[in-house]
Design a binder for this molecule. Structure first.
Ligand code: NAP
Length: 259
């Protein structure tokens, strides 16, 4: 089950139903459009059914607040994207962190000492910070259009993160530029102008579209290593399947379902 609002565009049902079919598990994964006011009723129904699933915008923080138990990483993020029931208790995890980490490893290789420009300061940005905390000697500059939110997020990760007031400061010496805003989701706008990207910096857009985002495509044409959010979506789904069933999903079947 995917809880979100809206959810119609989501690739999660296709991914998980492919994994369930390949594993011979007689369950169906469905997307459930839940308005914020209906979240408690939806969670009560899921508790009665011993349900498990994922959470997306705008419910990740609200579900974290309602869990009886959180994994350390979900507590660090203050957000849940994966849940299940254990002895009747709601348990929350955050596999966006591992999904980002695995995809960033493929994109940049050695992540130790990375200098990250983080654009946006919402729930996905918190997952990026929780991953970067594990990289060793990495530093993150957070730029958000509303500075107070960047300051608040940075204060939760004081060892690695600083808020900055403008894009130029965020991008100074950056080896990895990460977009966690929805900019570019519905049109070809760029969260960071290509001309401002530091020479050699890798570009990671958490947004995904059917045929990549314009920012990722054009950054690659300009010589940057670049990835959109599809790989992260795939990896967080594979990790969620492991949490629910205690085994690896058929990654080929999942990958095929996305294309
Ligand atoms: P969120 O908590 O609502 O945060 C959104 C952030 O984007 C905020 O910092 C917000 O700034 C900023 N923002 C929104 N519209 C903007 C605009 N027009 N211009 C500049 N900044 C803007 O959302 P989220 O959960 O972090 O998700 C953010 C994005 O990441 C979504 O597109 C989501 O699909 C994507 N995502 C992808 C994956 C994946 O697996 N690939 C996983 C998680 C999230 P303010 O604070 O100023 O409002």
């Amino acid at each position: 089950m995917l809880l979100g609002h809206p959810v119609a565009h989501s690739k999660s049902p296709a991914l998980h139903n492919a994994a369930l079919r390949a594993a011979g598990i007689p369950l169906v994964y469905e997307a459930l459009d839940v308005e914020p006011a209906a979240l408690d009723d939806a969670l009560s129904a899921l508790a009665r059914a011993n349900g498990a699933g994922n959470v997306t915008i705008p419910h990740k923080e609200a579900v974290a607040a309602r869990c009886a138990r959180l994994t350390d990483i979900a507590r660090r993020c203050g957000a849940v994207n994966t849940f299940w029931h254990d002895d009747g208790e709601l348990v929350g995890d955050n596999t966006d962190v591992g999904g980002f980490d695995a995809t960033a490893r493929l994109l940049v290789g050695e992540r130790r000492g990375a200098r990250v420009a983080l654009i946006g300061a919402g729930g996905a940005a918190a997952a990026v910070l929780a991953a970067v905390e594990g990289w060793g000697n990495a530093q993150v500059s957070i730029y958000n259009r509303h500075m107070p939110r960047a300051m608040l997020l940075a204060s939760r990760f004081p060892q690695i993160a600083s808020p900055v007031a403008d894009l130029t400061s965020a991008l100074r010496d950056a080896t990895l530029v990460v977009n966690t805003t929805p900019v570019g989701m519905r049109d070809s706008s760029h969260p960071v102008p290509l001309a401002m990207l530091p020479h050699g910096a890798a570009v990671f857009d958490l947004v995904y579209r059917a045929d990549e985002t314009a920012w990722v495509r054009e950054a690659r044409q300009a010589g940057h290593r670049a990835a959109d959010g599809e790989g992260m979506l795939f990896e967080q789904a594979a990790l969620a399947f492991q949490r629910w069933f205690g085994r690896e999903p058929d990654r080929n079947a999942m990958w095929k379902s996305m294309h």
